[in-house]
Design a protein around this ligand. Structure first.
Ligand code: FAD
Length: 546
């Protein structure tokens, strides 16, 4: 908690160039870009970083093949370029993956027409990925035995990319990047709104953990509150050209359905694309697309039935999936940007998923509407340009603020790991060698972990049974990842809570030690808080004394 309290102290100590409200992908990428290029940045997030929409995505980094149908080729081109850029910049995190799409008889397009479309998609994406291929029903069955081809007309396979770990971890790495560049970022601090005073924004903040209030001053205010952008603009008196409408989407995490590392794509009963996505030792299925009026949503029985019915109809499993197979769920709203004077009445499913940055130069205020994880590097760069146009000095405009460390550092890490026999220490049930996993998750800081393991081999032991997390990773999380509540670690810095059954987590003897490492004398309270929340109870917590 030291990192958090020292960052809270820093919030009031200076006038920032920029204050960002919201620590989802848009806020995190904006913070990393601005801090990396030398602006003085603060970011506040009222929950945990990536604690809202950005932890409920499909984990896909994609060029938006479905927007081909609405002929939004400019958007597809932009997203394909962003996808390629992310694959190149994060080779161990954002990885190409094949999508096998099965087309049923009587579908609105013939599979050969769609296959031709996938070639166009490939060309629009500069031919960066492996080429598409057409599959007759028998070839689909041969590639993926669980697909029911009885009613299939054929299919095609093409490439996009996915996040190997998870969306929330990806977002956190941008927050961490902003901190590395000297930015200030704090979770569990809510903006209550702000006013302009003598050419500065004065924003009122509330510490959600201890209830304390504080004021932060900045030249520019960026509203990156995702689905709550309009609400926050009401607090600051901002009028915008855009506003948000919401589309709810859910996913279910179930036991692994196939050992193949590919996404299975289908058209659901409502005509929308529907996926079976690998998620480590599990499979993630979904999603839905339902218009809702408010961003606060939950998974309903109807949602679950829709997903299970659709999946059971399209796969030939030994037995159909039921609610008893659900290990965890994800549920969020897509904030979709529409112009305030129209657009919202268009067919909802056809609404564009582009981002829009609404700029009020006079008030030095920006609102980020819509967007996708896939588009995050563009959002970061566009925000820097807009902030510079508002007169903020950008001392290092050419600095590359994203991406994995250079190849030489990776080679050095892999060399040291090989010399000390790190991969031999990999737990037998692990899905990948330790060196691969530590590098992907921690980059340069993985070298410090090697040092810790050399000093004390117990640091390479898996701490929470049934997961791949090592003792040294918990120590690292305690120091560098601002884990304030147990859920921050179990659900967002890691994906343990998504893929491990809750009873298994609770029964794990190592969890108590993990809490002790993460929270010191608050360990018991944080443990109780986590399990009380999952039972739907309010835990009574002592003040953290921060
Ligand atoms: C079901 C689903 C599937 C998706 N799949 C994909 C996909 O596969 N690929 C892809 O690229 N995109 C996908 N998306 C889209 C993508 O997830 C979102 O566009 C993106 O995460 C939105 O990020 P954001 O930062 O705008 O919002 P958020 O992640 O919601 O972040 C906004 C943050 O602001 C905080 N906040 C709000 N008010 C305040 C306040 N007053 N003070 C402080 N903090 C505040 C909130 O707590 C929140 O954490 C999907 C979305 C959904 C819902």
């Amino acid at each position: 908690m030291q990192l958090r309290s020292s960052n809270i102290d820093k919030l009031t100590g200076e006038v920032f160039d920029v204050l960002i409200v919201g620590g989802g992908i848009n806020g995190a990428a904006a913070a990393a870009a601005l801090a990396g290029k030398g602006a003085r940045v603060a970011l506040v997030e009222r929950g945990d970083f990536a604690g809202s929409t950005s932890m409920h995505s499909s984990n896909l980094v994609w060029g938006g093949i479905k927007y081909m149908e609405s002929r939004d080729f400019a958007l597809v081109r932009k997203l394909c370029k962003s996808r390629n850029h992310l694959i190149k910049s994060y080779p161990s995190t954002v990885q190409e993956i094949r999508f096998l799409t099965t087309i049923p008889k009587g579908f609105r397009y013939h599979p050969r027409y769609l296959w031709a479309g996938s070639w166009l998609y490939w060309l629009i994406g500069n031919g960066f990925t492996r080429i598409p291929r057409f599959l007759a029903p028998s070839a689909i069955k041969q590639s993926e035995a669980i697909v029911d081809v009885a009613e299939a007309m054929g299919g095609f396979e093409y490439s996009d990319a996915y996040l190997h770990d998870n969306d929330a971890r990806f977002v956190f790495n941008f927050v961490r990047g902003a901190l590395n560049y000297g930015g200030v970022a704090v979770n569990y601090v809510e903006s209550l709104g702000g006013t302009r005073e003598n050419g500065l924004w004065v924003t009122q903040l509330r510490d959600v953990i201890d209830g304390g209030t504080l004021e932060v001053r900045s030249r520019v205010l960026i509203n990156a509150a995702g689905p709550w952008v309009d609400k926050h603009n009401a607090l600051t008196g901002q009028q915008t050209d855009y506003h948000h409408v919401y589309s709810k989407g859910i996913h279910l995490i179930v036991p692994r359905l196939t050992d193949n590392q590919r996404v299975l794509a289908f058209f659901a009963d409502d005509g929308r694309l529907f996926f079976v996505i690998p998620m480590g030792p599990r499979t993630c299925i979904g999603t839905t697309d339902t218009r809702v009026e408010k961003p606060e949503v939950g998974v309903t029985e109807d949602d679950i039935r829709f997903v299970l019915d659709n999946i059971n109809k399209r796969l030939t499993l030994e037995r159909p999936l039921t609610t008893a197979d659900i290990i965890s769920t994800r549920c969020g709203v897509r904030p979709l940007a529409v112009r305030a004077n129209g657009g919202g009445e268009r067919d909802f499913l056809q609404l564009s998923r582009k981002h829009a940055i609404d700029i009020n130069g006079e008030d030095a205020h920006l609102s980020i509407f819509g967007g996708k994880l896939t588009d995050c590097l563009n959002v970061g760069d566009e925000v820097v340009d807009a902030v510079r146009d508002m007169g903020v000095s950008i001392p290092h405009p050419g600095h590359r603020w994203y991406g994995e460390p250079p190849q030489e550092v990776r080679h050095e890490f892999m060399h040291q790991a090989a010399l000390m026999g790190l991969d031999v220490m990999t737990a037998p049930e692990a899905s990948e060698p330790l060196s691969t996993r530590l590098w992907r998750r921690y980059g340069t800081h993985a070298l410090e972990m090697l040092e810790e393991i050399r000093e004390d081999p117990r640091q390479a032991e898996v701490l929470i049974e049934g997961t791949e997390y090592l003792r040294c990773e918990l120590r690292h999380a305690q120091r560098r990842e601002m884990v304030t509540r147990l859920e921050d670690f179990l659900r967002r810095r890691s994906k343990i809570a998504l893929v491990v059954d809750e009873v298994a987590i609770r029964d794990s003897p190592g969890l108590r030690e993990a809490c002790a490492i993460l929270f010191g004398d608050q360990a018991e309270a944080r443990y109780e808080e986590y399990f009380a929340a999952s039972r739907g109870e309010e835990a009574v917590l002592p003040s953290t004394g921060e």
